[in-house]
Each structure stands twice: as structure tokens, then as C-alpha cells.
Design a protein around this ligand. Structure first.
Ligand code: PBG
Length: 326
């Protein structure tokens, strides 16, 4: 029925009515908080380009995880900063690596918290690339072997979910097979399936000290122009055994999130990445935007696009806001 019988403004008149017909809601259940763990004791070093985020030593991180769990946030994802970096990122897959040491401490202080680990080598390699370099490029198959070792060592240390973020071909199958062979058939894989080669990772590379020392990641991360290819990446990761697929970054790729959700109907995660976080923080500091309002709008848009889970540095802020309102 056209106007004047239909007046869509009728249901917008009061907050009560708006609340009743609201289609999308943020829930604390959907949030995953990224954390950076570094060597040392009692370390809590703020990341310049990511205000309110810290590189934390294992002890500080474990306390932080308890606070996160107390806010009702179900999961964290861990990124490790090693003591020493080398050509092959060996601290990434050693059983005494920083992430491997952090997991049991977290489990002790926050037993119910779901600990997801980022499986990649860029934080651990001296050249900052996500794998082993051969003839000036990342060698796919040699890298997959190391990623398998890294994932296994995380799971042996107690990780609940592993999340490979390297974008090597075939790594999901290799990791799934290795986990199953070792009896970890119950451990899910959250695949960074459609990970684009994005300028929005800038602040993260300061946080994780993982900027590539030469070249860029275009030979393994996806071209930002490609939506169809993102669906192929997701299809392959699902065939290889991914349980949750991720689109990353989120905001410039909302169309991809929607297509993935519509096409596959599987649990979809979206990574609201460091640059998306820092842009909001910076504009808010300049007084140009209302931070709380924008954060709510942005995260709601990611849910509306079809993401079930959101990895976001705003997780604690949103969790606090949700608990104030309920
Ligand atoms: C590691 C990895 C990156 C991010 C998550 N895992 C960086 C990169 O690919 O350069 C970025 C996360 C963020 O920007 O918040 N490969």
C-alpha cells in the first residue's frame, strides 16, 4: 500500500517502538577480543596507534583475560611477540613460545574463556612475511608445514580454536589432518578465509611488530577488488575443513560478508581490524565524531551484513555498554 496509508515513520516515533522493530542487535556473545602477548613480567605497554590496547606479558595478559571474561566476552584471540625473530619464525611453533606459555596461565585465571590463537609466522620472522622466503617470495608448501607445527603446538598448550591468518593455499586441510591425527578432532578451525591485502592493517603491524621488511603481502593476501574470488577462497577453506570462516577487514568488505553468509550459511566471523579501530579513535580525539555512537553503528553494520562473530578492539567498550543498558 502506498502513501498515505503506509507511513514508515509510524514505527519510528518513540524509542519503545524503535526497540520493538529493531532487526539487528549486538550481543556480547558475538565478540572476540584480540590481545598481544610479549616477553617479560608486569609489562603493559600501550600501542601508540591503538589507544587502550597494550602489549602485555603473560602475567598481565592473564589478569586482563579474567577482566574480559568478567565482562561476559566469550573469547580472545592471541598474537605473540617473540623474544627473538629468525628467518623461519621458529618461536612461533616451539612448545615454549610466548603464546604457548600464555595459554595455560589464561586457563588458570579464566577457565571458561575461549582461547583462540592466530596461526601465522609474520610476528616471528625477521623479514616480517607470513612464511618462509624462497627466491624473494613466500614459499607456500614449506610454510604450510610450519603452520601445521604452530597450530599443533597451540592446541597442545590448550588452545580451544586455531585461526590460520597466513593465506597459504591448502593450510586448512593440512592443519585439520594433523590435528585429527593427534587426536584433536574436537578442535575447531576458524579460517581467515577471505583476507584482503589491506592498508587497514597498519596499526596492527606496530602492535605486533610484524611489518614486512621488504615488499608487501600482495602475492598471498587477496586483491581488494575481488569479490568472486573471496567466495572461492571460502568454498575451498570449507571443503578443507574450516568450521568458521572469516572475512577481513570488515568495513570495506561488508558486501563480501553478506555474500559469504548468503552463499554458505555457515558461521561467519568478521575482523574489525586495527585501522578501522584507529580511524575512529583518532577522529573522536579530534572531536570530529561521537565515538560511542559510531562504534555502535559500525559494529551493528557488520552484524547486519551477516557476520555472526566480530573480532574487535572495541569488545570491552561494547560489552560494558550492553551491560549498562540491560
Ligand atoms: C597476521 C595478521 C595480521 C592481522 C591479523 N593477523 C596482519 C597482517 O596480515 O599484516 C591484522 C589485524 C589488524 O589489523 O587488526 N598475518
Amino acid at each position: 500500500m502506498p502513501f498515505p496509508a503506509t507511513r514508515l515513520r509510524r514505527l519510528r516515533r518513540t524509542e519503545t517502538l524503535r526497540r520493538m522493530v529493531r532487526e539487528t542487535r549486538l550481543s556480547v556473545d558475538d565478540l572476540i577480543m584480540p590481545l598481544f602477548v610479549c616477553p617479560g613480567e608486569k609489562v603493559r605497554r600501550e600501542i601508540g596507534s591503538m589507544p587502550g590496547n597494550y602489549q602485555m606479558s603473560v602475567d598481565t595478559l592473564a589478569e586482563e583475560c579474567r577482566a574480559i571474561a568478567d565482562l561476559g566476552i566469550p573469547a580472545v584471540i592471541l598474537f605473540g611477540l617473540p623474544e627473538r625473530k629468525d628467518e623461519v619464525g621458529s618461536e612461533g611453533y616451539h612448545d615454549h613460545g610466548i603464546v604457548q606459555r600464555a595459554i595455560p596461565e589464561i586457563k588458570e585465571r579464566a577457565p571458561g574463556l575461549c582461547v583462540i590463537t592466530d596461526v601465522c609466522l609474520c610476528e616471528y620472522t625477521s623479514h616480517g612475511h607470513c612464511g618462509v622466503i624462497k627466491s624473494g617470495d613466500v614459499d607456500n608448501d614449506a610454510t604450510v608445514d610450519l603452520l601445521v607445527r604452530e597450530a599443533l603446538s597451540h592446541v597442545r598448550a590448550g588452545a580451544d580454536v586455531v585461526a590460520p591468518s597466513d593465506m597459504m593455499d591448502g593450510r586448512i586441510k593440512a592443519i585439520r589432518d594433523a590435528l585429527d591425527r593427534e587426536g584433536h578432532t574436537h578442535i575447531p578451525i576458524m579460517a581467515y578465509a577471505a583476507k584482503f591485502c589491506s592498508g587497514f592493517y597498519g596499526p596492527f603491524r606496530e602492535a605486533a611488530e610484524s611489518a614486512p621488511q621488504f615488499g608487501d603481502r600482495r602475492s598471498y593476501q587477496m586483491d581488494p577488488a575481488n569479490g568472486d574470488e573471496a567466495l572461492r577462497e571460502v568454498a575451498l577453506d570449507l571443503e578443507e575443513g574450516a568450521d568458521i570462516v572469516m572475512v577481513k577487514p570488515a568495513l570495506a568488505y561488508l558486501d563480501v560478508i553478506r555474500r559469504v553468509k548468503d552463499r554458505f550459511g555457515v558461521p561467519v566471523a568478521a575482523y574489525n581490524v586495527s585501522g578501522e579501530f584507529s580511524m575512529i579513535k583518532a577522529a573522536a580525539r579530534l572531536g570530529w565524531i561521537d565515538e560511542a555512537r559510531i562504534v555502535d553503528e559500525v559494529l551493528t553494520s557488520i552484524r547486519r551484513a551477516g557476520a555472526d562473530l566480530i573480532l574487535t578492539y572495541f569488545a570491552k567498550d561494547i560489552a560494558r555498554k550492553i551491560s549498562r543498558e540491560s
